[in-house]
Write a protein that binds this ligand. Structure first.
Ligand SMILES: [Zn+2]
Ligand SMILES: [Zn+2]
Length: 773
């Protein structure tokens, strides 16, 4: 069924369906022009068998970025390839890698080896299958993960050429067992780190340490492999890749692959009659709006995928859209379906076939679709809320468009400061990249366990410590004082009986997570991070899990278990928290004017959940307040903060009584906007504001990392402070609400019940800072 309408016409009809509602919804339309393919020639050094294998798969000639990366790697440079989805990044690194493996390998003789690392087992398995399909005369590409048998491992060690694995396996198994892996490591020519933007925050800091350990162990065996990294994030790829590997890395970013024209609309749902916290107006939810658009598009026979962040959200979008097109019974197959992770391979293939044939016209999907299903040639893509990173935006929008025709993408904003900012500042999405992957390789809370693991691999020398960053010598000294390492003439030794590698959990976030158990069935529903447990699963808390509402009966901190009961109490709960922050050390600072200052450094944050508010689900009004008796928790981390002299604030019409509300509102909005500059979630960071902080003696606003030792987010905020805080001021100023709403200064995780908040005061306060008045 060929589509005859242009993307422009589809969008125009969509707005016309409900002009009263939708006239102002489209805040911007961006035309992403079609990009023609740019080709290069195969390099002369490339093995003709590898070239022939790629040609057989349809790559007649390499695209320019593939050739550029391949050449650079072949010349021995470490490279990060940061180009769009489906731009064939793997050919760029596989060409030199496979050429090198074939070179020197002959019957009965072993050539070089290579290691490929992916963030998930599934991705590594997928890549291994594709490489085997090239049918090259070399040892078959082998997966090395938790499921690999001892016999298979033995075979890879002795005969393997290319092993596809993950950082977890390196950390727990290959590196501690390096003596047995010596035959493989000694020949290591290339290390591929695929999807390297996945290594951010805690995981990023761990993986940075694991890669340094790998480099050190290889060097002991005389191998100095070339690193090839692939990333979907185009902001600062060199810096990210260098931080991750500790090596100088060259970036290849000029994408030579083709795509069709894309019409990209930014969509802001209208205000509703409902009132939220403090009587603030509330916009229609992105879920409801996306469902309405999906229904309208399907009715118009436009093949559409709506991406939704949560599984429950995807099901809701599908349900509402089906009601709208008169197919309300989910048991009867209709023209719209929900798709989520966990579907079997056969289900996925059936879904692809139905969409292709036109029997199915609309799908509401979680991001799982990015990996599991091969869908091309859709007419339209709906993004239900900003998916968190620009690379995800392009991954999702990239699903639209079949060859030779244009396509439509619509980003439907959620009711929060970041989405609101983006739909009013298209340049932040379509212009120069701002957000980069953030990781902190120097976090001592993470590094200490890897220093122990490294010492267990080979004794650590003073020279080795350089590899692990400027804080490593002091940390090693501390570890020997506290008995973890033993210092001898030759360096630091691991002499304890336990396995050093067991000290670090790459995917953990510190502290024992609290398990959530249903009282009636004893069923384990899930878990929450230790850091979030006090405020989300305290006794009496209403806890939402996959769309089902539970009330917490008890929270046992000794055993880390919360017992819950499925119940719809008709109210929501909001934890009340008291927080203190102590500045331990100011590490960097800039005076922005004689009366304003920006700083970054180490802080200690103490939080105590002291009670909670119950709010009516529909009206938002407060039904009551209960108190709780929970211990306080202390977090040593990094923060960015700014101070302003009261005299400067008075000149901007901010009298002393106005300062707490203005600072608090600025803090909330700044937290909401930081994810645009540092690849984090608003839940990864926290804040505190005060009219007079004991350590500065001045009105101060802090934004801090939520991870012990710091995740690098506050640091990025410090580095990008002008852009970040200007965006924060613009976001508050552009919001049409009278006195603050979830789109600007209200925060869903405020420990003070969003009190006090002064929206216009926040604009003036940020003005004092930014304009240096
Ligand atoms: Zn607002
Ligand atoms: Zn707050």
């Amino acid at each position: 069924m060929p589509r005859t309408r242009s993307a422009e016409e589809i969008l125009r009809r969509l707005v016309r369906i409900s002009p009263a509602d939708r006239a102002d919804a489209v805040t911007h339309v961006e035309r992403v022009p079609a990009r023609p393919a740019r080709h290069s020639e195969w390099p002369a050094w490339a093995d003709p068998r590898v070239v022939a294998a790629f040609q057989a798969l349809g790559a007649e000639r390499p695209w320019t970025h593939q050739a550029e990366a391949a050449q650079s790697l072949h010349d021995g440079h470490h490279v990060v390839l940061a180009t769009g989805t489906a731009s064939g990044k793997s050919l760029g690194y596989l060409l030199p890698l496979l050429t090198s493996l074939l070179d020197g390998a002959s019957v009965g003789r072993r050539g070089g080896t290579a290691l490929y690392l992916a963030p998930t087992k599934a991705l590594a398995a997928d890549q291994a299958r594709r490489i085997r399909e090239l049918r090259l005369p070399m040892a078959p590409a082998a997966c090395l993960d938790g499921d690999t048998t001892p016999e298979e491992r033995q075979w890879i060690r002795d005969h393997g050429a290319l092993a596809l694995s993950n950082p977890d396996l390196l950390h727990y198994s290959l590196l501690p067992d390096h003596r047995r892996w010596a035959p493989f490591l000694r020949r290591l020519r290339y290390v591929v780190v695929d999807e390297c933007h996945a290594y951010r925050g805690v995981l990023g800091s761990h993986v940075a340490a694991v890669l340094r350990r790998l480099r050190r162990v290889c060097a002991q065996y005389g191998a100095h492999p070339v690193f090839a990294l692939a990333s979907a994030t185009t902001a600062q790829p060199e810096e990210t890749a260098s931080r991750l590997t500790g090596l100088p890395v060259t970036a290849v970013t000029d994408d030579g692959s083709p795509h069709g024209e894309l019409l990209f609309a930014l969509w802001e749902p209208p205000f509703t009659d409902r009132r939220g916290e403090g009587g603030a107006p509330v916009r229609r939810s992105a879920i409801a709006e996306s469902a309405a658009l999906l229904g309208d598009l399907v009715r118009d026979e436009v093949r559409t995928v709506a991406f939704v962040r949560s599984r429950r959200g995807a099901e809701l979008v599908s349900l509402i859209a089906r009601e709208q097109i008169g197919e309300p019974d989910p048991a009867v197959p209709g023209r719209i379906a929900a798709y989520r992770a966990g579907y079997l391979r056969e289900d996925r293939r059936a879904l692809e076939a139905d969409l292709l044939s036109g029997r199915l016209l609309g799908v509401a999907a979680t991001n799982a679709l990015e990996l599991g299903v091969d869908l091309a040639g859709l007419d339209a893509v709906l993004l239900t809320g900003y998916p968190g990173t620009r690379s995800s935006v392009w991954q999702q929008a990239g699903r639209a468009g079949r060859s030779g025709s244009d396509a439509l993408a619509v980003l439907v904003a959620r009711d929060d400061p970041l989405d609101t900012y983006l739909v009013h500042h298209p340049e932040a999405l379509f212009g120069k990249s701002v957000e980069g992957t953030v990781l902190n390789p120097n976090n001592p809370y993470i590094l200490w366990s890897h220093l122990c693991a490294a010492a267990a691999e080979f004794p650590l020398t003073a020279d080795d410590l350089d590899l692990f960053g400027p804080g490593a010598p002091a940390l090693a000294a501390e570890l020997s004082r506290s008995g973890w390492l033993r210092q001898r003439a030759g360096g630091w030794y691991w002499t304890r009986s336990e396995r050093a590698a067991d000290l670090a959990d790459l995917r953990g976030s510190g502290g024992t997570p609290v398990r959530i158990v249903e009282s009636a069935t004893g069923r384990l529903l899930g878990q929450v991070d230790a850091a979030a447990a006090h405020s989300t699963v305290h006794e009496g808390a209403v806890y939402l899990h996959q769309g089902v509402t539970y009330v917490v009966e008890s929270l046992d901190l000794e055993t880390s278990v919360a017992v819950v009961e499925a119940k719809e109490p008709g109210y929501t709960t909001h934890a009340r928290e008291i927080s203190h922050l102590r500045i331990l050390r100011e590490e960097r600072a800039e005076d922005w004017s004689p009366r304003t200052r920006l700083a970054y450094g180490s802080v200690e944050v103490t939080n105590q959940v002291v009670g909670y508010l119950r709010r009516d689900t529909t009206s938002g009004s407060v039904l009551g307040e209960e108190s709780l008796d929970l211990p306080s928790r202390t977090l040593s981390t990094k923060a960015v903060w700014w101070t302003m002299a009261p005299s400067a604030l008075v000149e901007a019409d901010l009298a002393a009584p106005d300062i707490p509300g203005a600072a608090h509102a600025a803090e909330h909005a700044a937290i909401g906007l930081l994810p645009l500059f540092a690849q984090c979630d608003r839940w990864d960071i926290g804040g505190l504001s005060t009219a007079q902080h004991p350590d500065t003696g001045l009105p101060t606003v802090f934004v801090h990392d939520g991870l012990p030792g710091g995740g690098g987010f506050a640091e990025r905020g410090y580095q990008q402070a002008r852009a970040w805080l200007s965006a924060t001021r613009d976001a508050i100023g552009a919001c049409e609400c009278p006195a603050g709403c979830p789109s600007c200064v209200q925060s869903p995780k405020c420990g003070n019940g969003n009190q006090p908040l002064d929206k216009t005061g926040a604009i003036r306060l940020l003005g004092v800072l930014l304009d240096g008045r």
